[in-house]
Design a protein. Structure first.
Length: 367
């Protein structure tokens, strides 16, 4: 069975959860056999496929951040994808994001769509008025043969927001890509005692409420710090907030690769995940893999994924968040219990399992 992926996400992401998802899927298909994959791609600087095992693309401008680079990529990549679609040399088409260009050329071939979250629909004010992602996504969900949702929470949102036919949505969980025992990078010079925050700090990630809930704890213990892994440098508004809370010297931002991130998790007192909304929540699995105690929002997909491996709080309440952080920080036995339960919970998630379940959906789409 041959599956055709397209260029979309590999032309737009150097790093990122969606391109990693497709990369891990292809690796999983290598293990389980019976699925041949191809990516219609000419130009890319995506990190995960840079070894060119799954495609013969050109690594173009991989070290340069050039304005308009992704538009340049699409001048070559989209016509190439159209050419391959017209040849029809595949059983299933699986677009890697939500552009609708392929509908003209797919003919009667089935296509499977993965929906990662409903952020564009739940937080529309975060996106420009010309952003067509939500409109395109809705059209594709209507036309898709099968839809993969990465959590029951995302499936529920699809049905409630788009009115999608529930019978064609299948839930397939993601897997874990972090194996800290394999990470041998030099240890960073990081604080001895810190709480970890990972990823973007945009509005639905709830960073400001997290920091405000942490500030009395930080002011009481000047040896405690917060490390923000990723998300870019702090902006002026964030620095103003830190200053007003008298915690400027106790918050640090670092960029990371997988090795660095594993170090952050392994050495943290706690990882706090205060997000208001996630489609899945990969950092949950990362914290489990690194045996880092997890404190987690009780909203959207997060309890579904974390199960009994996390201690939960209401992300809309500073008091709930603060009390939960204090409780776990002060209880070594509870930290050890969370590490153990997280390790056990992680066994339910693997990219091999993701690949097996995705293959089953492909097979059902061509019956």
């Amino acid at each position: 069975m041959k599956i055709q992926f397209d260029h979309q996400i590999f032309a737009s992401q150097k790093y990122g959860g969606v391109s990693r998802y497709f990369y891990e899927l292809m690796k999983g298909f290598d293990i389980i056999k019976g699925v041949e994959t191809d990516i219609s791609l000419l130009l890319s600087n995506n990190h995960y496929i840079s070894e060119k095992k799954y495609t013969n693309h050109i690594n173009f401008l991989s070290e340069k951040e050039l304005r308009g680079k992704h538009r340049l990529f699409n001048l070559f990549n989209k016509p190439n994808s159209v050419h391959i679609l017209k040849k029809q040399n595949f059983e299933i088409f699986h677009p890697t994001y939500y552009e609708t260009y392929f509908l003209k050329y797919i003919g009667t071939k089935p296509f499977v769509l993965t929906v990662y979250d409903m952020i564009h629909e739940k937080f529309p004010d975060m996106f420009g008025i010309n952003d067509k992602t939500s409109k395109n996504k809705k059209l594709l969900t209507e036309r898709a043969t099968k839809i993969i949702a990465i959590s029951e929470s995302t499936k529920k949102d699809l049905v409630e927001i788009f009115g999608t036919d529930e019978s064609k949505i299948e839930v397939v969980y993601l897997g874990n890509s972090m194996f800290p025992e394999l990470k041998t990078g030099a240890k960073l010079k990081i604080p001895n005692k810190y709480v970890l925050f990972v990823g973007s700090r945009c509005r639905y990630k709830n960073f400001e409420k997290f920091i405000k809930s942490m500030s009395p704890i930080l002011n009481k213990d000047k040896n405690l710090c917060v490390i923000c892994a990723g998300g870019g440098k702090f902006n002026f508004k964030e620095l103003e907030i830190f200053s007003s809370l008298n915690i400027v010297t106790q918050i640090t931002q670092y960029n990371f690769d997988d090795t660095t991130l594993a170090n952050f998790y392994q050495n943290a007192q706690l990882f706090v995940f205060p997000s208001l909304y996630e489609g899945f929540g990969i950092p949950i699995l990362e914290s489990f893999a690194c045996q880092c105690p997890l404190l987690c929002s009780n909203k959207s997909s997060l309890p579904e994924v974390a199960g009994n491996g996390a201690y939960y709080f209401d992300p809309y309440s500073e008091e709930s968040m603060r009390n939960t952080i204090i409780k776990v920080l002060e209880d070594q036995h509870l930290q050890d219990e969370l590490r153990q339960k997280g390790t056990e919970r992680l066994e339910q998630f693997s990219w091999k399992k993701t690949a097996i379940e995705t293959k089953r959906i492909y097979e059902s789409a061509i019956k």
